[in-house]
Design a protein around this ligand. Structure first.
Ligand code: GH3
Ligand code: MG
Ligand code: MG
Ligand code: MG
Ligand code: MG
Length: 314
């Protein structure tokens, strides 16, 4: 327990404790041809609970990175045999963007121009040898925080705030890759557009909060039912699903089970018991571009609505 009144000390200790807990999961790769430098840096990192991997040169570093996708940061020396720190930085950046991995260059030689070379080749930061532990920790912490910030921003950008499902942006980013995977496996698949029937009435009858609750519950059921597929809230009360299966028939049955299950469920919100149905438009194994597939599924959904709702149209 740290008393809050003690402002500065509180902030500092809280931060240290935070990182000690958090750093357990963060792996750092230390690359240096000098054994003593390697051990020194690894030791500093271990004291802050980082998981540490080591390599003696760039080639080895790339191999270690390949083997350990958990590595979030590389601290690399400049001058090394086989492949030096600049080449290594270059090679890493050809594989991983800054949002996935931070690189900190380290060198004792020619401070100014080496800093520039490291940064130009994709490093995030630079340390001059010899450095004091305090500076070392500052650089590490700052770069880990940058990574965490990017991760947070990406999470927010690709997630629907209400349901926590992938949002429209996420769907359009992932759907094509998903379809390509299904095709290469020669799996049967379908793109599904789903819309709640008379949702406006749910809002009008039970209130907007109840409507929100219904959306959240539907998202939960979608996750339960189609967990292995790509599920997204496209907007409002409209959802998209991409799933694979053994056959068109099996996929149809799965969708119809879901439709039926929803129509039979009663969602309770405060004192209200809410029933609702969904309409579904489906496109099977389409070779069309994603946008075209979406509009075909949308058309099918429109016919499901026109035909009386609470049904599936292909
Ligand atoms: P249809 O069967 O033709 O789809 O009728 P509908 O009433 O479901 O369709 P309509 O497009 O007329 O209305 C959709 C409603 O969804 C209107 C809008 O206020 C509501 N809505 C959209 N987003 C949200 C949300 O995030 N929360 C809540 N509670 N309501 C929302
Ligand atoms: Mg060296
Ligand atoms: Mg609707
Ligand atoms: Mg509508
Ligand atoms: Mg709608």
């Amino acid at each position: 327990y740290i008393p809050k009144e003690n402002g500065q000390a509180y902030m500092y200790l809280k931060r240290i404790l935070y990182w000690q807990r958090k750093n357990n999961k963060i792996s750092v790769l230390v690359v240096d041809d000098s054994r003593s430098a390697r051990l020194h840096i690894a030791d500093l990192l271990k004291r802050r609970n980082f998981t540490v991997h080591i390599a003696e040169n760039g080639i080895e570093a790339l191999e270690v990175l390949e083997k350990h996708p958990s590595i979030k940061m590389v601290v690399t020396d400049l001058e090394m045999p086989e492949m030096d720190g600049i080449e290594l930085t270059n090679e890493i950046r050809r594989r991983f963007n800054r949002d996935l991995l931070a690189i900190i260059g380290v060198s004792g030689a020619e401070y100014g121009s080496n800093t520039a070379r490291f940064i130009k080749n994709g490093a995030d930061d630079f340390l001059r040898k010899p450095f004091c532990p305090e500076e070392f920790y500052c650089r590490i912490t700052q770069n880990i925080e940058n990574l965490a910030n990017i991760e947070q921003i990406q999470k927010v950008a690709f997630t629907d705030y209400l349901t926590e499902l992938p949002n429209r942006r996420a769907f359009f980013q992932q759907a094509e890759g998903c379809i390509t995977r299904y095709r290469s496996k020669q799996a049967e698949f379908c793109l599904v557009m789903m819309d709640i029937d008379f949702f406006k009435k749910v809002n009008d009858t039970y209130g907007h909060n109840a409507g929100d609750h219904v959306l959240k519950m539907l998202a939960l059921y979608l996750r339960k039912h189609f967990g292995t597929g790509l599920i997204a809230r496209l907007g409002g009360e409209e959802f998209a699903v991409l799933i694979e299966g053994q056959s068109k028939q099996q996929l149809c049955a799965k969708l119809n089970d879901f439709r039926k299950e929803i129509s039979e469920k009663t969602i309770t919100y405060e004192k209200d018991a809410i029933n609702f149905t969904i309409s579904i438009g489906v496109v099977f194994n389409s070779t069309e571009l994603l946008a075209k597939q979406m509009s075909l599924a949308d058309e099918a959904l429109y016919f499901a609505k026109e035909n009386g709702r609470n049904q599936i149209k292909v």
